[in-house]
Design a protein. Structure first.
Length: 94
């Protein structure tokens, strides 16, 4: 499946970083808390959130699960356009 972008990579990255911060704040979770869950230092959490392209699939999955992130934002960050995402989410039960 091709992955045309609806937003620029920079916009998608900013939206992802913002979503992580908003969810962490909503859950009253510090970077230290998130680091413990991920098994990394708070400094490394900060580094990964500054450059989320360095996230491994495993850490990304753990962040998504821990923070219950919006799938649209995560999939846009990964490079999928909104039309493709909506189509995939509508057919997720198939």
């Amino acid at each position: 499946m091709s992955r045309p972008r609806s937003n620029s990579p920079i916009e998608s990255r900013k939206a992802f970083i913002t979503e992580v911060k908003v969810r962490r704040t909503y859950l009253n979770m510090s970077q230290n808390d998130l680091g413990k869950i991920l098994g990394i230092s708070p400094a490394r959490v900060s580094g990964l959130l500054s450059n989320p392209d360095e996230l491994t699939v495993g850490r990304l999955r753990k962040i998504i699960q821990t923070l219950s992130l919006d799938p649209m934002i995560v999939l846009e960050f990964l490079g999928y356009d909104q039309k493709t995402i909506k189509s995939a989410l509508n057919h997720s039960g198939d």
